[in-house]
Design a protein around this ligand. Sequence first.
Ligand code: ASP
Ligand code: CP
Length: 343
Amino acid sequence: MQRPNYPSGKDLLSADAVSRFDLEDIIARAQRHLRDEELDKAGQPLPEQPPAPRRRPKVIATLFDQRSTRTRLGFQAAAARLGHQSIDAYDTDRSRLGTSTGESIEDHIHTVELYSDLLVVRSHMEDMPYRVSRLSYLPVINAGNGADEHPSQALVDIFAIREMRGEIEKLSIALSSDTRARFAVSFVKMLRLSPPKRFTLCCLRDVPINPVMREAMTVLADLGTKVSLVHDIRQTLDHDVLNIQMQDMSKFAHASLGNEAIDKEKESEPFTLTARKILDAKSDTLILNPLPRFSELDTSCDSLPNAGYFRQVQLSVPMRMAILERMLAGVPWTGQAGAFRSS
Ligand code: ASP
Ligand code: CP
């Protein structure tokens, strides 16, 4: 069967794919979708828009072999808001994909691409979105691949900061996280497009920093950001923004908030944020978290004005609408083309 050529810049696999120009374009689109949503909620008419040419709705295929609430539902909700549809193309109980049922990933992707217009892939295998992007002529979004990247989350985080605190270049930003976390890697890489005044990484003292994170921080330092390292969450509470997640993904992978042992220790535990710590520091730091949260973010923080994480979830829909709209229209990403790096 004749297959179309693969256009360059079709995929969002890494934060590297996004250029400064792309970022400004995607933020402007997300702001427009957000404004429309606010007008709609207020019962106001939407601004006059040029009549759209009659088009068939697009089909967004999600292929997720790892759990997800926000990314999967966020892309599905964004597709619905744009008037498109989504299908679940990775339902292993019912599909034939997999060794025991005998259908290869190649045949699966070549089938799914005939039913859809864009593929959203989350996998525990780091090379999976890259494989899918090479197999398919459709645009592919990496929705989180092992311990590599989560670029759409980084775009959501940047948009959330812009909406809630303004221009990133004027801000001090802290990140408290395992430096191997994929959202964290994409976030720090994405910051190079609007380098903050100050960037602080809060991490475990004795664990080596992920070399990719180290490199992204060096890029920020070269761009003039004052970069530093701390080992206690209280040292981040004078920043404008704190993006926080668990410190040790392997240790706390199954821990959830409410665990009694953690509850007792949370005020002395250096990486757990509580309302008491925020109030003691008289901090107005905006708190973001990609969610789900674990022991790092106590629910006592939820009622403080600092808590930005559910607004961040809400803002993810206009941002994901902007991503889908741009990619479905064939607008290429003009940052660095992605080749999978296997280390
Ligand atoms: N939900 C995000 C991810 O899947 C962050 C996390 O789970 O730590 O990468
Ligand atoms: N933030 C995020 O990726 O959440 P999910 O794992 O629920 O998609």
